[in-house]
Design a protein. Structure first.
Length: 152
């Protein structure tokens, strides 16, 4: 993991250039694109701390979204360059609570503010996974907000 390239005050930054397929007929980003970008950013954040999502799946783990809220503050348009700022805010029992904001690439201006809640699930049994694979346990320590870090 190279914090200087991907982390800023515990935020993982995922750059996006808005393409035509991200937008509606008026050139404004379609609301579903924000959700896709946020998922891409979470997967990239895991990769940044050494966890490939495919490896999680092969270990029998999945991370479904159980709650999602978005607050749209301003429109993003075709050709704009933005970043999805993501961080794992906290873990409450089995719930992983992420804050994810779509911001201007070079300022703190926030177009969309989001909260996403995930739970780890055993893919075969379709039950909550209470004992995490060691690979994921280590990754969570790196992803957690600094106040929640244990032993790092």
């Amino acid at each position: 993991m190279d914090p200087s390239t991907s982390q800023s005050e515990s935020w993982f930054n995922y750059p996006v250039v808005v393409q035509p397929h991200h937008t509606d007929y008026a050139g404004v980003v379609w609301h579903g694109s924000y959700i896709a970008w946020m998922e891409e950013a979470r997967i990239a954040a895991l990769r940044d701390v050494g966890v490939e999502y495919a490896a999680l799946v092969s270990l029998g783990c999945d991370l479904p979204v159980i709650d999602l809220s978005l607050n749209y503050r301003a429109s993003v348009k075709m050709g704009d360059e933005v970043r999805v700022r993501s961080r794992l805010e906290r873990i409450e029992k089995v719930r992983w609570i992420w804050t994810q904001n779509v911001c201007a690439l070079d300022t703190e201006f926030c177009y969309v503010a989001g909260k996403v809640v995930l739970i780890p699930v055993n893919r075969d049994r379709q039950r909550i996974l209470r004992k995490l694979p060691p690979l994921l346990e280590t990754a969570l320590q790196y992803l957690s907000h600094p106040d929640d870090r244990i032993g790092l």
